[in-house]
Design a protein around this ligand. Structure first.
Ligand code: B4P
Length: 191
């Protein structure tokens, strides 16, 4: 299996690039943000709890997202691989993912980290907030909170994969197609 972690701050283009990558490489897209938003729209207890945290720009507890990923791995046994988008977001999640994959004799082939500066992130998310209806995209204060959560809790995840020799960085400003081509070049070397 080809298992990839697509990494980067909120608004870096993870969701956008994932859509193109799953088509090219026939992978299953696992976005914890999308999974949580689907729980919210279905009105589940998990969704109600997650909504409050997400609307404030905070991370949802590790055990909640790890449980969701575990379910998705079990549901998709015979696939080419997965793109993990927005997961892992903490070192505890990264350790849990390694352990889950190991149970299936699988591992992460590489992490692709999209690098985008804070001004550009804020601009993109506010723009999306105009028509996405996402409360966490509508307010500059919440966007800054999400970026701060990323810097304190999520950036150490890059180091986790760097220590395993699996970190690949890609500059994330430019056209969506140019960035996609640069990511594809990295993936060709990982295959
Ligand atoms: P996510 O849904 O993961 O959302 P995100 O960080 O905002 O990134 P996303 O992938 O959607 O945006 P993209 O960069 O593609 O997380 C939302 C919340 O869920 C978190 O704050 C947290 O509360 C919770 N959560 C999720 N996973 C969790 C976990 N593992 N643990 C704990 N909590 C978790 O795109 C952004 C915008 O930029 C789009 O409008 C796009 O069109 C635009 N864009 C993309 N590429 C561009 C380019 N090259 N140029 C210009 N614009 C571009």
């Amino acid at each position: 299996m080809l298992n990839l972690v697509l990494f980067g701050p909120p608004g870096a283009g993870k969701g956008t690039q994932s859509q193109k990558l799953i088509e090219k490489y026939q992978l299953i897209h696992l976005s914890t943000g999308d999974l949580l938003r689907s729980e919210i729209s279905n009105g589940t207890t998990l969704g109600l709890e997650a909504k409050k945290l997400m609307d404030e720009g905070k991370l949802v507890p590790d055990e909640v997202v790890i449980g969701m990923i575990n379910n998705q791995l079990a549901k998709n046994p015979d696939v080419n691989g997965f793109i993990f988008d927005g997961f892992p977001r903490t070192v505890a999640q990264a350790e849990a993912l390694d352990a889950l994959l190991q149970k299936h004799n699988e591992q992460i082939a590489g992490m692709i980290s999209l690098e985008v500066n804070e001004d550009e992130l804020e601009k993109r998310l506010l723009l999306r907030g105009k028509d996405s209806g996402r409360a966490d995209d509508a307010n500059p204060e919440i966007i800054r909170k999400r970026i701060a959560e990323y810097q304190s809790k999520t950036t150490p995840v890059a180091n986790f994969y760097k220590q395993q020799g699996k970190l690949n960085t890609v500059y994330g400003i430019g056209t969506i197609d140019d960035i996609f081509n640069k990511i594809s070049e990295v993936i060709e070397k990982l295959k």
